[in-house]
Design a binder for this molecule. Structure first.
Ligand code: GDP
Length: 366
C-alpha cells in the first residue's frame, strides 16, 4: 500500500488534515499487511469507476485501493538533533514512499505561526534543512562504517563509498538529496538507507476556502515561485484543512453539495491522492469477479505479471496470461460475458504493459 508521510512546521494544519482524512477511514481488516498504528491512517482511494463496475457485476463486496497517511506530528526545528519527539517520528517517515509537505498559506491572527508569520519559501526551507540534517546524521554514521571497511579492501564497501561521499557533500550544504544531482547509480546504492530527502515531495498548500474557489493568493503564489526556483520535480496541491475537517463531519451523500456551495469541485483528499499517484507514476487496474470488485495500484509501465504480483506473489510466479478488457469496453458491453462475445477481451501474455483502467483476470499455475 502506498504510504505518504505528512510533514510541516507546527500549526500549519497537519493534524487537522490527518484527522479529517482518517475520520473517513478504511476498514483496516480489508487490507492485511498494512501498518496499524495511531499515527498511520488508512484512506480509500476514491474512484468512480468502481461503483460502475459493481453495478454490472453485483459482487459480494467492493474494495477500493488504499493509501496510508503517516502523521509526523513531532517534526520541529531541532528534530534532527533528537530534541523532543524527533527521532521516533523520523523513523516512521523513512518508511514512506513520498512526503506530503504541508505549508501554511493562510493568515489567521488566532493561530500562532511558530516563526511569526507565514512565509512559504522560508517555511519550506526550514523543514527541508531539518530533514537534510536528519539524513546527514544517517549518512555520517554509515560513512564511518563503510570507510573503515573500505580501508580493509572490502569490495562492497569500496563500491558504496562514492555514493555516500556524494550524499554527504550534498546534505552538508543543507540540500535535499533529490536535488543534489546524484547519478541514478548513486541514488540506487543509497536506497537501503531510506533517506527522507531522497523521496519525492508533494506540497500541500493549506489555503483559505475563498482561494480554493477563486484566485490564488500571495502565499500560494510564493510557494509556486519557491518550488519553481529549485526546479524540483514536485506536485503542488492546494487544499483547506478547515474545509476537510468540516467535510469529514458530514454524511458522505451531503459532501458534494457542501463543496458545490463553496464553489469547489473536488475534495482536498481526492486531489492529494491524485497528486500522489501522479508524482509517483501510479495507476489503477481492476479485478471484477462475483466475489469481489477491486481496484489495485501499480506503476505505469508495469507488465501483467507485475500487476499480478500486487495480488499475490504466486500469481506472478505462475503467470500464464491475463484476460484483458478495457474499463470502457467492460461498461459498454455490460460485463465479462458480452465483452467476450463481442471480441473485446484479449488474452495478453508476459510482456503486456497494463493500461490504466484495464479489467484483468489472471490465469496462472499454482
Ligand atoms: P499542526 O500543528 O500542523 O498539526 O496544526 P493543526 O492541525 O493542529 O492546526 C493548528 C491550528 O490551526 C488549529 O487551531 C487549527 O484549527 C488551525 N487551522 C488548521 N488549518 C486551518 C485552516 O485551513 N485555516 C485556519 N484559519 N485555521 C486552520
Amino acid at each position: 500500500v502506498l504510504q505518504l508521510g505528512i510533514v510541516g512546521l507546527p500549526n500549519v494544519g497537519k493534524s487537522t488534515l490527518f484527522n479529517a482524512l482518517t475520520s473517513a477511514k478504511a476498514e483496516a481488516a480489508n487490507y492485511p499487511f498494512c501498518t496499524v498504528d495511531p499515527n498511520v491512517g488508512m484512506v480509500e482511494v476514491p474512484d468512480a469507476r468502481l461503483a460502475k463496475l459493481a453495478e454490472i457485476v453485483q459482487p459480494k463486496r467492493t474494495l477500493p485501493a488504499a493509501v496510508q497517511f503517516v502523521d509526523i506530528a513531532g517534526l520541529v526545528k531541532g528534530a534532527s538533533q533528537g530534541e523532543g519527539l524527533g527521532n521516533k517520528f523520523l523513523q516512521n517517515i523513512r518508511e514512506t514512499d513520498a512526503i506530503v509537505h504541508v505549508i501554511r498559506c493562510f493568515a489567521d491572527d488566532d493561530v500562532t505561526h511558530v516563526m511569526g508569520s507565514p512565509d512559504p519559501a522560508r517555511d519550506k526551507e526550514t523543514i527541508e534543512l531539518e530533514l537534510a540534517l536528519a539524513d546527514l546524521a544517517v549518512v555520517e554514521k554509515r560513512l564511518d562504517k563503510v570507510k573503515r571497511a573500505a580501508k580493509a579492501n572490502d569490495k562492497d564497501a569500496l563500491a558504496e563509498l562514492p555514493a555516500l561521499e556524494a550524499a554527504f557533500a550534498t546534505l552538508s550544504e543543507g540540500m535535499p538529496l533529490l536535488r543534489g544531482g546524484l547519478s541514478s547509480e548513486h541514488m540506487l546504492s543509497l536506497a537501503g538507507l531510506q533517506l527522507i530527502t531522497a523521496k519525492p515531495v508533494l506540497y500541500a498548500a493549506n489555503v483559505t476556502d475563498a482561494e480554493l474557489a477563486g484566485d490564488e493568493g500571495p502565499y500560494l503564489k510564493a510557494l509556486r515561485a519557491a518550488v519553481a526556483a529549485t526546479g524540483e520535480h514536485a506536485e503542488i496541491v492546494a487544499f483547506s484543512a478547515k474545509i476537510e475537517a468540516e467535510l469529514s463531519e458530514l454524511p458522505v451523500e451531503e459532501r458534494s453539495e457542501f463543496l458545490a456551495s463553496l464553489g469547489i469541485e473536488t475534495a482536498g483528499l481526492d486531489r492529494l491522492i491524485q497528486g500522489g499517484y501522479h508524482l509517483l507514476g501510479l495507476q489503477t487496474y481492476f479485478t471484477a469477479g462475483e466475489q469481489e470488485v477491486r481496484a489495485w495500484t501499480i506503476h505505469r509501465g508495469d507488465t501483467a505479471p507485475k500487476a499480478a504480483a500486487v495480488i499475490h506473489t504466486d500469481f506472478e510466479k505462475g503467470f500464464i496470461r491475463a484476460e484483458t478488457v478495457s474499463y470502457q469496453d467492460f461498461i459498454t458491453h455490460g460485463g465479462w460475458k458480452t465483452s467476450r462475445e463481442k471480441g473485446a477481451v484479449r488474452s495478453e501474455g508476459k510482456e503486456y504493459v497494463v493500461h490504466d483502467g484495464d479489467v484483468l483476470l489472471f490465469r496462472f499455475n499454482v
